[in-house]
Design a protein around this ligand. Structure first.
Ligand code: UT7
Length: 366
């Protein structure tokens, strides 16, 4: 009997600390109006360390000097962070397990993706597995950026369809805020990205009529434009990995060519939605609900216009959470499910695009 993978639980986690655009405008040359008009963001959630740093930063007379000090010593001269991506992943995973009526010990496999891992190695999925109290469950660690969750879903789906595993946890966990430069030099990224995690439980169910669960995945990557969105931070492309010179040369923070990413995102997201529709012989109006990666509300607005998607068929939460990279799709899905916006038997399309570039779309029947 062939198996089909179905989402049986969803969960999310965001840090408690809320940073609105006004606080950011006290740290760098920006305004609530600029951020909201260009991105749709009003506020975002960040780790307690970033929050403390921003509060002090807002008061600092010499912002550049303060940020340099933070980069070298941390805001309290303390280099151990109080919250890591795996902690947010843990909270989201526990919620998803609870909704599915499962315990961590029931899992056959974990697929996790983080843009910025807890450690250079092992991957954040391994750290998360340990925090879940597991000692032998296999873990796949992805680093697929904003498309990480959609990539993870496709992998988990194949494991279930192939009969290798029956219950798989898929997580997108991101703690990005600690990497940004909250002065004018880094304002393009600092206002956009934030922290959070989302998780789902996928379970293998016997295929029924009509088909339920994950129906198709379409994935692509293009490694020819790395410069548009990347972070050297501690990578092996520099020697040594971490150095004072790296900080002096301002190479310890992520980089983005916002225009280029924006143009590519619009092109690729449009293509992938169409590819998924064509492969399933569907029209845009056949889709009951769209979950778009919350990169920038303007990208989502272009999609809404291109495919004539009414507001009732989407949930956007970028206003409250900013761009949480690989966590944004599962967070949005969780909120949509909890709000009753995704209903039994609905056809749902999940779409993501990000660093790599990597992008993808998953079609599922809820
Ligand atoms: O999740 C992964 C995928 N990521 C994305 O999809 C992000 C895609 N890109 C974007 O969302 C947008 O490109 C941004 C929101 C990052 C920037 O918006 P934009 O409309 O593309 O602005 P821009 O980069 O063309 O910059 C316009 C101006 C520039 O000033 P000049 O050169 O015109 O004087 C920037 O320096 O806005 C300036 N600027 C800012 N001003 C106030 C850049 N960041 C800020 C800021 N506040 N935070």
């Amino acid at each position: 009997m062939s198996l089909r993978a179905r989402i049986t639980g969803t969960g999310m986690a965001v840090p408690e600390c809320v940073v609105d655009n006004h606080l950011l405008s006290r740290c760098m040359s920006t305004t609530d109006e600029w951020i909201f008009q260009r991105t749709g963001i009003r506020e975002r959630r960040v780790s307690p360390d970033t929050y403390q740093m921003l509060l002090r930063h807002a008061e600092a007379p010499d912002k550049t000097a303060y940020m340099r000090e933070v980069k070298e010593r941390g805001p309290n001269g303390n280099i151990d962070s109080s919250l890591a991506a795996s902690d947010l992943g843990l909270e989201a995973s526990r919620m998803a397990l609870k909704h599915a009526g499962l315990g961590a010990e029931d899992l056959d496999c974990i697929v996790e993706s983080s843009t910025l891992p807890d450690l250079a190695y092992p991957g954040t999925g391994c750290v998360l597995q340990g925090k879940l109290g597991l000692t032998s469950t296999p873990v796949f660690n992805l680093a697929q950026g904003c498309a990480g969750f959609v990539y993870g879903l496709s992998l988990a789906d194949q494991f279930i369809r192939g009969g290798m595993y029956r219950k798989v946890l898929v997580v997108g966990a991101e703690l990005l805020s600690s990497a940004f430069d909250y002065t004018d030099a880094g304002r393009d990224m600092a206002v956009l990205f934030a922290d959070g995690a989302g998780a789902v439980i996928l379970e293998g169910l016997e295929e029924g009529m009509p088909a339920r669960g994950l129906l198709s995945h379409h994935l692509h990557s293009d490694g020819s434009a790395i410069d548009a969105l990347y972070g050297e931070i501690w990578g092996s492309s520099t020697f040594p990995l971490v150095s004072k010179k790296k900080i002096d040369d301002d190479r310890a923070r992520p980089r983005m060519n916002g225009r280029s990413v924006f143009v590519n995102a619009v092109k690729r997201v449009k293509e992938i939605v169409q590819e998924s529709l064509d492969a399933n012989s569907l029209k845009p109006e056949d889709i009951d609900f769209f979950v778009f990666h919350q990169a920038n509300i303007r990208i989502i607005e272009v999609m809404a216009e291109a495919f004539a998607i009414p507001e009732s068929k989407m949930l956007n939460n970028i206003q409250r959470y900013g761009n949480t990279a690989g966590a944004s799709v599962p967070i949005c899905l969780h909120e949509a499910v909890m709000a009753g916006r995704v209903k039994d038997n609905d056809l749902v399309m999940l779409v993501a695009f990000g660093t790599g570039f990597s992008w993808g779309a998953t079609l599922l029947r809820w």
